[in-house]
Design a protein around this ligand. Sequence first.
Ligand SMILES: Cc1ncc(COP(=O)(O)O)c(C=O)c1O
Length: 407
Amino acid sequence: MDTQKIRPDFPVLSKKWNGKYPIYFDNACMTLKPRQVIAAMDEYYTEYPVCGGRSLHKMAKMVDEKVAGSREKFQKFLGAKRHEEIVFTRNTTEGLNLVANSLDLKKGDIVLTTDREHNSNLIPWQMLNGKKGINHVVVHSAPDNTFDIEKFESLMNKNVRLVSMVHTANLDGYTIPAKEIIKIAHDHGALVMLDGAQSAPHKPVDVHALDVDFFALSVHKMLGPTGMGVLYGKYHLLEELAPFIVGGDTVSDSTYEYTKFLPPPEKFEAGLQNYAGIIGSGAAVDYVEKVGRPEIEKHEEKLNTIITDGIKDIPGLKIIGPQEPGSRGGIISFTVEFPKGGDAHDIAIVLDETANIAVRSGAFCVHSWFNYRKCEAAVRASLYLYNTEDEARKFVDALGKTIGLFT
Ligand SMILES: Cc1ncc(COP(=O)(O)O)c(C=O)c1O
């Protein structure tokens, strides 16, 4: 992959902060935006900044055409059978909440998750425990931090209605064996939802081949505009789901007493939409597909190997998750012992101040995993297609110096 060709597309990479170019390793949170995505949104705002889905004038029709184009791009990107299976949302969180709130879960139904869920795939189930009496059961990882398929299978029973799991964890980059999990869940009559926030932007995903029932992602984690996400659902399941947020654009007719909802995806896309965002999202798909997800995956593994090899022997440093970089995609999270005081946040601040390296520190919205282990916080470097081998080596060097200040 030719990062030198890619990097000029990202205006922010040529903006110096304190006289230095940034090294951006916070991609699991939000990725940078290429000029192609910015231009697509600019075009909407300058040429046809109007509503879609309602009016019949030329500008509105242009919006409809562009929105339909973006939907088809996501259909192909995810391997969905129909474009109606793609629902535009604000983010992964909204997609997961939509399914959690719209599925007819009842008292006693069980929802299974992994032990490394982002709060977005944990709190909805805790809320439903309080509201409806559903049971949330956690499948704890095996001692080597991989998915414990035997434990999972032993927890399956007729009350498990939904298996809702993080496909690739933002905690450590580990990807669960989704196909095997889905097969087992289906054999027991359960539905499966994958949180694809960290998988779809980084590796090929084919929802049809996986046979997954629901799949949520955030477009701002794959070069797209902020506040944009996609929920995929099998069409017949989307048809059965109750609408979540309701109002304009979700119905074909209403009286004072009665409402006739539109079919999916419209019944889930209430009110005027983020048209610039949807159009920019289509441009993000084009960009990621042009580079190619198999190439992105290989590239991240190469950089992850440089970083892992460079930091794994630092005394007191522990990498979270499987130890071999090939099992952690583009993510390197670690804790450090701090004999002289200081914490993960200090490491992140010093890296930023001294070397312009942007990483994340804290619990990465996976507080449950940290609390269970009585561990406070970690540092996370997360990679994407514009990061270079040189940046990976600079990170190793800067981290060694930074940790030296605290040990
Ligand atoms: C695995 C995972 N799931 C869900 C989310 C939530 O994404 P968003 O905030 O875009 O809804 C994130 C964000 O970091 C994530 O990494």
